[in-house]
Design a protein around this ligand. Sequence first.
Ligand SMILES: Cc1ncc(COP(=O)(O)O)c(C=O)c1O
Length: 427
Amino acid sequence: MIDTRDNILEVAPETLAGHGLDVAAIRQDFPILEEIENGLKVAYLDNGASSLRPEPVVNSMLEYFHKFNANIHRGVYRWSEEATRRYEGAHRKVARFINAHPREVIFTRNTTEGLNLVAYSWGRTNVHQGDEIVSTVIEHHSNLVPWQILAAEKNAKLRYIPMTSDGQLDITDLDTIINEKTKLVTFSHMSNVLGTISPVEKIVKRAKEVGAVVVLDGAQSAPHMQVDVAALGCDFYAFSGHKMLGPTGIGVLWGRKELLEAMPPFLTGGDMIRDVTLARSTWNDLPWKFEAGTPSIAEGIGLGAAVDYLTNLGMDKIRQHEIELTAYALEQMVEIPDLTIYGPVDAQLRGGIISFNLGEVHPHDLATLLDREGIAVRAGHHCCQPLIELLETTATTRASFYIYNTPEEVDRLVKALYKARTVFHLA
Ligand SMILES: Cc1ncc(COP(=O)(O)O)c(C=O)c1O
C-alpha cells in the first residue's frame, strides 16, 4: 500500500475516480494543484485550516470586479443593482445549503465573528449572574474565549463537557452539567484537532429540556457534510467560507428568526438601520440588522459560487469520499511504529482530520520534513490549547482532507512518515 514509486508526480487518472466523486475532474478546477514546489506537486493536506478555491469561485469574484464592481443596497445604476442581486442571491444559496430561511443567514467575516456576535448580542442580553454556560474541553479558542469573557463579565459559571480517552465528548454526566441554571450550550459540530463528530442530537435534547439556547460551531462540519440546521435543532450555527472553497473574509451565522429579532445589534452604523434621528435609531430587517457597513461583496458572491460547487458535487458524496480517504489513511498510519494518532480510529466517527505525533519529534520539525516531500500539513496547537494539554502533549501534526485529495496523496504521506522515522533516528 505504501507508494514506492520514485515518480510520484504521475498519478494514474483511474485511481483518482471512485468514491462517487470524480476527483480527477475536480482537480482540473484547481490549477494550483499543478504547481510544482521543489520538483514535486503539492499534496495539500491542510484543509482544516483553509481550503483551496476552484475556478468557478475565483471567476465569480472576477466577474464582479470586471463587470459590475459597485457598492450594494445604494446605487440605482445597473452595476450596483447587479452587485446587490448577486450578494443577496448568495444569502439565498447559503440558506438552501443549510435548509434555512435567507433572512436568518447573516454574512460575517468568519466563524469567529459569528460566535462573538452571539456572545455579545444574545449573551449580554440573556446571561446574568449565577447563570451557567456549557461548552466542551475540545473547543477551538474561537468557541471558548468569547464565553470566558461573557462569563467573567456577567459573573456566570462556565462548565465543560469532558472528553473520553479516545477523543469523543463524554456525555455520561450530561444531565448534571446541563441543568436548570444553564442558559447556553455551545460546542463544535466537528473537532478541528480530533475530527470527532459531536453527539448533537443528545446534547440538543438535554439543552432543550432545560430551555437553553444551543450554539454550534460548524467551522469544520459545514464544508464536509450535509448540514440541516432545522434537523440539528440548534439555535445558532456559525461557519467560515474559506474552509469550504470560498474566499477568506466571509462567513455565516445562522440564527433562529425569533432570537435574532429580539437581539440588539452587534455592530452599528451604515446599512443596519431603518431610521436615524439625532435622538435615536431603529434597526433594519434581518439579516441586514447584523451586517453593518459595506460588507465583503466579492467574497459574499464567491461564497455563493462555492456553495453551488459543493451542492453540485453532493455533500453526501463529499462525506463518503472523506470517510474512505480517512479510513485508508488510518489503516496505514496505525501500522507506523512510534506514531500516536489522536481521536477515534473509526473513520465513521470522525471527519477527514488526523492529528498525530511521531515519537518525540517536534511537530514543526515533522511538518518541515513533510514540506520537503511536497506535503502541506499543519503543526501546532491548532488554536485548541486546553485540548492539546489534555492530550498530554504540546502540539500535534495534522493532516486534513478535502474533495481533491487522493489515495496517492495519502500514500505519499505514509511514505514520508516512514522516511521521517529514519531521518529522526527512530528506525
Ligand atoms: C472548529 C473551529 N472553530 C472555529 C474556527 C475559527 O474559524 P475562523 O478562523 O475562520 O474564524 C476554526 C478554524 O480553524 C475551527 O476549526
